[in-house]
Each structure stands twice: as C-alpha cells, then as structure tokens.
Ligand binder design. Structure first.
Ligand code: CA
Length: 166
C-alpha cells in the first residue's frame, strides 16, 4: 500500500475499533453494582463496595445491602447528641444532624411557647408578674405592659397614673 492507501485504511479501521473499545468500557461500567458489604464474622468492618453484577446475589444472601453504606449519623444517630437537654437531636435522610429547640419546658428558653423562661423578659401573656410600674418605676401605672414577638417587654402602652386615682 502507498502512504495515502495506508492512511485511508487506518482511518476506516479506527472508527469501528474505537466504537468497540467504547462499548467495552460502557459494558464494564454497567455491570458494576454498589453494595454495602458486611463482612461475615466482622460486622464492624462495614464498607461500600463495587462488585460485578454476577456476585450481587451471593453478597445479598450473606447480609449485604444494595447501595452505599450509610455514613455519619445515618450509621450512628448517637453522634447527633449535642449534650444540650434543651434540644431534640435528630438525623435526617441525608445523614445531617438537626437540633430542634424544646418548647414548653420551664428551663429551656423557647420564645413563642407562651411560657417566660429564664432568658426571656416575657412570652405572650406570661409577663413573669411584671407591670409597667415594676419595669419603669412609680411614675407609671401598672397597666399597659405587653410582650413583643421576640420575648422582650413592650412598654409603649405604659402611661402615668390617672391623676383622678388619688
Ligand atoms: Ca418561652
């Protein structure tokens, strides 16, 4: 073959060969399955494996699971415990810890539960027994004290005593 004939032959051959090579790679990738492997006799060594499709049945029979092994709190929800008795600790489906404040407990500060806890001036109707007089002094009548949505006293409605009260 002359050089232009060789080039032409290589060009014609390369395309089908590249196609075969790509098909082999794709086929190899399709035949791999991700499993969570629990080694028999060594259950603490749980780890994610990629195995051939043909081996999946045997793995499932000895207790492995399909898909990657859970990680983080998905594997051990106890790691979400923040040691704070005023939060409810939970692990969600994405293995992310959540710490939700406890509502309605006399010790746990939770603004909006209607109970004035230690770090709050007030909460809703619970003014801890305070009045305009106790908060602002004797120059104000008792009535008018309210609580803001952020659990602080609102004294905007506090007024001096009615002069007729004397
Ligand atoms: Ca509260």
């Amino acid at each position: 073959m002359r050089i232009h004939q060789v080039r032409s032959f290589l060009y014609r051959s390369a395309i089908p060969l590249a196609g075969v090579a790509l098909a082999a790679v794709a086929s190899a990738a399709e035949n791999k399955v991700t499993i969570c492997h629990r080694p028999p006799g060594n259950p603490d060594n749980v780890h994610t494996l990629s195995v051939g499709e043909a081996a999946v049945g045997a793995h499932l029979r000895h207790g492995d699971g399909l898909g990657a092994c859970p990680t983080g709190c998905g594997r051990d929800p106890r790691i979400c415990d923040d040691g704070d008795a005023c939060t409810v600790d939970a692990c969600d489906a994405e293995a992310v810890c959540h710490h939700l404040p406890v509502s309605g407990d006399p010790v746990c500060n939770f603004c909006g539960d209607g109970l004035a806890q230690p770090l709050e001036d007030c909460d809703g109707q619970d003014l801890k027994g305070e009045t305009c007089t106790t908060v602002l002094g004797p120059a104000f009548a008792p009535a008018g004290l309210t609580c803001t949505a952020s659990c602080q006293f609102d004294t905007s409605q506090c007024l001096p005593p009615d002069p007729g009260e004397d």
